[in-house]
Design a protein around this ligand. Structure first.
Ligand SMILES: O=P(O)(O)OC[C@H]1O[C@H](O[C@H]2O[C@H](CO)[C@@H](O)[C@H](O)[C@H]2O)[C@H](O)[C@@H](O)[C@@H]1O
Ligand SMILES: O=c1ccn([C@@H]2O[C@H](COP(=O)(O)OP(=O)(O)O)[C@@H](O)[C@H]2O)c(=O)[nH]1
Length: 467
């Protein structure tokens, strides 16, 4: 069996169950299955003299943590990755802050990673590069003579050509992506957008989802990421956590609880969700004191202006909403700006009657799947899900909403709170079945199978009925 070599900016802490961020969570689950090397950033932003890579073995996984010089970190991670690619790929061209030195640092860090990785590679390895931080890495490994199979998986959406064209370096990035053997996306929409960009911005020969460019053939497909359903179910219903949820339930003044769990990111649609909750209380005054809304939103990328702004906006909004609706014995919104461990989170999801997953745009959104897994099948809660989350493609039985329409969301929240038990069970059963069918193990196995033999890979069917 070929060795798997995973590359990503964040390397999950394989000993820590409390990590946040879908990539770290999902890749940790996936690599534990098969073992191999996980190569990524050492998480250090300070320069120490001659910092070199740190190598550690944890079970069947070897982690190689590579430094990024502090002078590069800001323009690479906060700059090109998260002030250019992240907003653009989430369809927010208005938030892009492009600077040539950001791009230069991005290419430099990719070159350094290629130099750092190449001595560890063997010809028969399967190299799996993750996410927008490392789009040119495959091409740079090829330049250094790497003959191994190299695949790329994008965790965030891929935009249509009109938006992608706003990236000054779009052609270089497209051509670099065509140096991978496999280019994986979360959804059909992303695959379609990518194919359209290949057609528009490169000279590649296009045959369905196969592309021939500079003598190399690449295949693109959708590999929807999932969770470890059994592990999450176990956490949600563990005895210790049941005690925690019971205590938590007793302390609740309202009968029902709605929950949102998101990194504090403008793509997650939290302000509109708060507004819709407020609108729900205005439209349906009978809900007053019967429901409270718990929003967990750990800090993320706080050195970027747009992230600081959204934090201020949420503090303002939650203050205004509580000021308007709260009473001596009822606080409508509880907003927690720190991360919560996954076992505790699982219990909180199980204790909540409605989950609000309402991003303006999201690659997948694992919280949607975690909520479904955490439910008691006899008395399950309702998932309200944005049609612009990647998860919506596999989860049409959720209450799908348009996050740009606050009124529609308010009505859907009310519908979720009042949904009869039979309907809740019906929707939950099929959602759970599909969450199981497309779990993190399937994700890993499908990607690795495709990368092992890209020529023989049959690109996926267009529906999820097979689940
Ligand atoms: O590493 P950070 O900058 O702190 O950000 C955390 C991660 O955010 C993004 O996650 C994405 O991946 C999830 C799993 O595939 C997906 O469900 C979600 O929709 C995406 O937003 C980002 O893509 C990762 O690189 C970050 O590590
Ligand atoms: O306080 C928190 C907030 C989030 N998460 C986890 O972080 C991941 C977030 O992944 P998702 O795909 O929803 O979004 P991302 O943050 O990757 O954009 C999920 O597994 C959450 O359970 C967590 O453990 N604690």
């Amino acid at each position: 069996m070929s060795r798997l070599v995973v590359v990503s900016n964040r390397v999950g802490d394989l000993r820590n169950p409390a990590q946040t961020g879908g990539l770290a969570v999902a890749v940790s689950e996936a690599i534990k299955d098969r073992g191999g090397i996980w190569f990524g950033w050492d998480g250090n932003t300070e320069d120490e003299a001659d910092r070199s890579a740190t190598i550690e073995t944890i079970g069947n996984v070897q982690t190689i943590l590579h430094p990024i010089a502090s002078v590069d970190y800001q323009p690479f991670y906060l700059g090109f990755a998260n002030s250019v690619l992240w907003p653009l790929f989430h369809y927010r061209a208005d938030l892009v802050r492009y600077q040539q030195d950001y791009y230069d640092a991005y290419m430099r860090v990719n070159e350094q990673f290629a130099d750092g990785l190449i001595p560890h590679l063997r010809g028969d390895d399967l190299v799996w590069v993750h996410d927008y931080h490392f789009m040119p890495l495959g091409a740079m490994l090829r330049e250094r003579g790497c003959g191994a199979k190299i695949g790329f998986f994008l965790h965030i959406p891929f935009p249509p050509p009109d938006i992608f064209a706003a990236l000054p370096n779009h052609q270089t990035i497209m051509e670099a992506l065509l140096q991978y053997d496999v280019i994986g996306f979360q959804t059909f929409t992303d695959v379609t957008n990518f194919r359209r960009c290949v057609e528009e911005f490169t000279q590649a020969e296009v045959n369905g989802e196969r592309f021939r460019f500079n003598g190399r053939v690449s295949v693109a497909d959708r590999f929807p990421i999932g969770i470890d359903v059994e592990a999450f179910q176990k956490m949600a219903s563990s005895k210790a956590e049941a005690l925690f949820s019971e205590k938590f339930r007793r302390n609740l003044v309202a009968d029902k609880q709605m929950i949102g769990v998101d990194r504090l990111d403008y793509s997650k649609g939290i302000p509109a969700r708060f507004q819709a909750f407020s609108q729900m209380l205005t439209r349906y005054p009978e809900l007053s004191k019967t429901v409270s809304f718990l929003q967990i939103a750990p800090p993320s990328r706080e050195d970027i202006g747009a992230y600081a702004e959204i934090r201020d906006e949420l503090e303002r909004l939650s203050g205004t909403i509580n000021g308007t609706f709260a009473d001596f014995d009822w606080t409508p919104i509880r907003y927690i700006h720190r991360s919560v461990s996954r076992d505790r989170l699982a219990a909180l999801l199980r204790t909540s009657q409605v989950a609000l997953v309402t991003p303006m745009r999201d690659g997948m959104n694992l919280v949607a799947k975690e909520y479904v897994a955490a439910q008691d099948p006899e008395d399950p809660g309702v998932l309200v899900l944005s049609r612009f989350a990647g998860a919506a493609e596999e989860m049409p039985e959720a209450l799908l909403i348009n996050p740009f329409d606050v009124d529609e969301m308010a009505d859907a929240f009310n519908q979720a709170l009042n949904m009869p038990i039979e309907e809740r069970r019906e929707r939950h059963e099929i959602l759970l079945q599909r969450t199981r069918a497309f779990d993190v193990h399937t994700w890993q196995e499908r990607f690795v199978a495709c990368l092992s033999d890209p020529g023989a890979w049959q690109t996926s069917i267009k529906t999820y009925d097979a689940a």
